[in-house]
Ligand binder design. Sequence first.
Ligand code: SF4
Length: 462
Amino acid sequence: MAISSAPTANIFDTLVLQDVAEGNLRITPEQALALYNEMPLLELGRWADKRCRALHGDHIRTYIVDRNINYTNICTAKCTFCAFRRDGDEEDAYTLEYDALLQKIQGVVDIGGTQILMQGGMNPDLPIEWYVELLNLIREKFPLLHVHAFSPPEIIEFVNFFDTPGNTLEEQIRWVLTKLQEAGLHSIPGGGGEIFAPAVREKIGLGKCNAEVWLTVMRVAHELGMNTSATMMFGHIEGIADRVHHMDLVRTWQDNSIADFGFSGGGRYKAFISWPFQPENSPLGKVPEWIPSNDDSEIFPGDVVAKLDGTGKKSACAAFGRQVRYAGSSSYLRTQALSRLFLDNVYSIGSSWVTMGPAIGQTALFYGANDMGSVMVEENVVSAAGTTYCLDEAKICRIIREAGFTPAQRDNRYDILSIHDGENSPDKLVTDWSALEKERLVSHTSDCNTVSLNTVSLTVTQ
Ligand code: SF4
C-alpha cells in the first residue's frame, strides 16, 4: 500500500511527526536529511520509539538463536573496510570441508538453534555444484533448519566466474537462485549492502557488485518467494545524504517487490540492520580520521560529495575518500532511529550491539529497534575487524528485560517461538551472574571461534 508523502510539510511539526509515527505519512529524503541534521537526538529517538511501538507493541522485543558460519575467507573482491578476506594462496586462507560445516550446524541445533547464517567471500574455486551439494547435505541431516545464506555478492560470483545460463543478468540470477532454492536455501542475508552511492561504493568496495546488481539479486529472490534483509555499513567516507539515499533505494525497491510479488507469494525485505564501520586490521582503518576545525565551518568531504539522489561525484572534493568520519554512539542511534522512521515498509529494525556494545545495543531498543539480532556460537567477520562483543542467551534476555520489555525467541520470519515471561526464562535461571560473566570472559577472547557451545555468543544477523 502506497503511503502519501507531504514534501512541503514542516517535518518538525508534532502533528506531521505523529502521522509518520502512525504510519500514515511517508518522509521524503529531504525531510529525512533535515531530521538527521537538526532534530535533537532524544527527540528523534522518541519518535522512532513511537513508530516502533505502533508496529511491535509495548511488550515484546526479540532475538533469534542461530550460528554464523563463514565457510570461506577467500575472496576476489578487495573491499578496503574488510579485515576478513584472504587471497587463495595466503597462509590463513580457508574453505571449510562439508564435515566441518555439518559439525558446526549440529552445534547450534543442539542448543535449540533454528537457523544458520552462512556467508563467505567470493571464492572463484567454488562452483555452484559445491553449494548445491552442501545445501542437499544440510537438508538431509537437518530438515527443520532454516538456511539463511549467500548474500548478493556471493550470488553474483556465479555469474562472474562461471558460465551461468541466461540472456540477461536477471535471468542468470534467477537461474542461480532457483537452483539454490531447490537445494534448500530459504532466505538471503543482506551482506554487501555497505553504502549504495556509486562515488562511495567504488572507493570502498573494489570488485564488489554495484547497488543496482545487489538490489536486483534481492528483487529476484523476492520474486521467487524468498525473504531477505537489507544492511548498511556507515561511518567512513560517506556523507549523511548517502545514508539517506541508501535507505531510499531499499524503500523504493521494497515498494516494487511488494507491488509486483506481494500478492502472489513473493518475499520482501523483512529487516534492516545498520552498523558503523569497524576499522581495526582493515586498509580503510589506516585512513586518517577527519578532525573538523574549531569553528565548525569545515564540511566533511563525504558531505561535500553526497547527493540525495546518489549522483554525487568524487571530483567535487579532492579530499574525498582520504579522511574517515567514524560514527560514535550518537551517530549510530541517530541513523538507526532515522531508519525506523524512513523505512515505513520494512517490518524489523535490528539493534547492532555487536559493534556498539551491549549498553548501546540496549539503548537502541528505544531508538526504533525491535530486535536484538541473533544468539550465535560463532562470528568471524566483525571480530576480524577488532570487535569482540559476545553475549550469551541469558544475558541477551536480561538486557531486553532490563530495558522494560519481555524477551522472546523468534524465527527467521519473525514469528515468535517462545516468550520468556516465566521463571524458566534463560536469564531467570541464572543464580550467579558473576559466575556467568567469568565463564564468558574466559571463553570470549579476541576470536569468537573459541567460545564453547555452552557459552552461547550473540551477534547481529544480516
Ligand atoms: S567484504 Fe566480503 S566481498 Fe568484500 S572483500 Fe570482504 S569478504 Fe570479500
